[in-house]
Design a protein around this ligand. Sequence first.
Ligand code: NDP
Length: 296
Amino acid sequence: MTRVAFLGLGAIGRPMARHLAPPRFDLIVWNRTSAKAEAFAAETGASTASTPAEVVAGADVVITCLPSSREVEQLLIATDGLLAGLRSGQILVDCTSGDPATSARIAVHLAEKKVDFLDAPVSGGVSGAERGALTVMVGGDARALERVRPVIAAFGSNIVHCGAVGSGHALKSVNNALLAVHIWSLAEGLAALAKLGVSPRTALDVINASSGRSNTSENLFPARVLSRAFPRTFRLALLDKDVGIAAGVARDHKVPSPVLQLTAELFRAAHAEFGEEADHVEAVKLVERWAGTEIA
Ligand code: NDP
């Protein structure tokens, strides 16, 4: 049976790993907070290891799902880190929403050990992960993708090869920058309409029957903003990171990008304001504060 090592049982990593548990694969997990790995193993029949080096030793496929490429690189080079355990012929699939430049560096490190690297960030959110219906954007060698496709298919229903190493991360960052633009611009528009006397619900009903609609207007705002529920499924800190990556990709490639650069600045401000645990949609609260009105 294919042995899969999974590192990073966070909000999205955990439901992804759930689909890899026995009897489907021989799954071994590692998480920085070990209690989470032990609870997961007790529930799913996976096994655990006490260090990253130990968890990857003997695995055919290694999957990481950490906040950013910085943590992936740290885990790679740490004492008892991934590099200490990885062997020729293995493959590392990084499902982190990371950045292309760090991924390129990681791929070079791993190539020295004859370990393949794929960046494979996901979209579809926690609910998509629970349903095993994520979109997976893959950068790297297409033959390496074919080798791990059955593993990725356990949590991904739409697996897309995007190009060379880093291209999955670049595409994911642009997707999330668009999410951020939609959140911010819709909040500004609804706040202005509210002050004018148009109820946000009426405004959303019209927008959602018209050309301004988006997933943000159809799903996020009705369920999370109008209700004031703001559930915590995807941290604002992570969206700030993603928009920053997209803005950096545009700068690196000399694409004039005032909207991306400004959106990155706005989400940096919201992250600084609301902290590490706030949900991404809570950025709306900064628009509301500046406007002196609530979108409810
Ligand atoms: P969480 O913050 O919920 O989880 C982060 C995970 O990384 C935890 O397992 C955490 O361990 C671990 N971790 C954090 N810092 C370190 C470190 N320095 N060394 C080792 N492990 C560390 O994040 P998510 O699961 O939400 O996100 C993971 C990735 O997936 C991110 O890149 C995110 O952008 C992306 N993503 C998230 C989506 C979502 O809806 N949540 C949707 C699509 C992509 P510990 O348990 O010890 O804190």
